[in-house]
Ligand binder design. Structure first.
Ligand code: NAP
Length: 249
């Protein structure tokens, strides 16, 4: 299979009939001023215990959970299903007890000593590019289950997602950020759904990350169109689910 060039336009959702791709949902918590972490990336957990349960409940509905290199190595995340309560839910819906875990690291900078590699309950797949050096690949091979080169310089996400579906049986993929990875998925038109928790905090900071960073759209016509599906207020938080659709919101 050849790796094609990645689409650069935001708001170019794939045809709903493309069954070779997994269904992709993004789950993020953001502050009232639209930030997902402090500018120095040290603080990114500001949601309530309710929001954490929401994250685990969502994970229980997906074959795989994916995150970018900085999300994985700047905080002690394992991207796993959590306690037996959530693992039972997975089994009841016919999913594997433990979800597959995927890290995106285009130049292979993910720290091989990151917390995620200390938990061996399910395979960890790293999606990378030809930019990753031999040394970095060697270190990653010693900790990850599979390293997949998905492009020479840039990850071809459509190709990578098709490969994940074919090789690892991923039909439902949950992406948990960060902003750079989400931005690339939106730009490639590969996102079907956005789960967003708005939390009662202001972090501020011009360079604090948001739910979709990277290059972004340069006109409204290229913005990803969202349709609000559900909205629930619990305490000081709002839980929203948006469909990413081709029709204007
Ligand atoms: N509030 C929330 O819900 C939430 C959720 C997730 C994360 N966060 C926070 O957000 C911050 C991280 O976000 P971030 O945007 O800085 O980083 P990120 O997206 O997690 O990771 C960035 C790294 O991932 C790889 N990557 C991402 N997109 C790529 C692409 N299109 N092609 C190739 N590689 C790609 C690159 O790794 P290489 O350098 O190896 O190329 C890049 O340096 C952290 O503080 C994290 O804790 C908050």
């Amino acid at each position: 299979m050849t790796i094609g060039s990645q689409k650069k336009l935001i708001g170019n959702p794939r045809p709903l009939t493309d069954h070779s791709l997994p269904f992709v949902s993004i789950n993020m918590a953001m502050t009232a001023d639209g930030k997902i972490a402090t500018a120095n990336r040290t603080v990114s957990t500001f949601g309530s215990p309710r929001d954490h349960r929401h994250l685990l409940l969502l994970r229980s509905k997906f074959d795989a959970v994916m995150a970018g290199a900085r999300t994985v190595d700047l905080s002690p995340v394992n991207l796993g299903p959590g306690s037996s309560t959530y693992r039972s839910l997975r089994l009841k819906s016919g999913l594997a007890e433990y979800n597959l875990r995927i890290i995106v690291s285009g130049s292979g900078t993910i720290n091989p000593e990151a917390e995620i590699f200390r938990h061996r309950f399910s395979p960890v797949v790293v999606l990378t590019t030809g930019r990753a050096s031999r040394t970095k690949l060697k270190h990653l091979r010693s900790v990850a289950s599979e390293i997949k080169i998905c492009g020479a310089k840039e990850i071809d996400f459509a190709w990578a997602l098709r490969w994940l579906r074919k090789k690892w049986g991923v039909t439902r993929l949950l992406c948990e950020g960060g902003g750079e990875l989400n931005g690339a998925l939106f730009a490639a038109g590969l996102v079907n759904e956005l789960n967003l928790t708005i939390c009662g905090k202001i972090i501020g900071g011009r360079t604090s990350p948001t739910i979709a960073d990277g290059k972004g759209a340069n006109s409204l016509a290229k913005a990803a169109p969202l349709t609000l599906k559900t909205l629930k207020r619990i305490g000081c938080e709002m839980f929203l689910v948006w469909d990413v659709s081709s029709s204007p919101a």
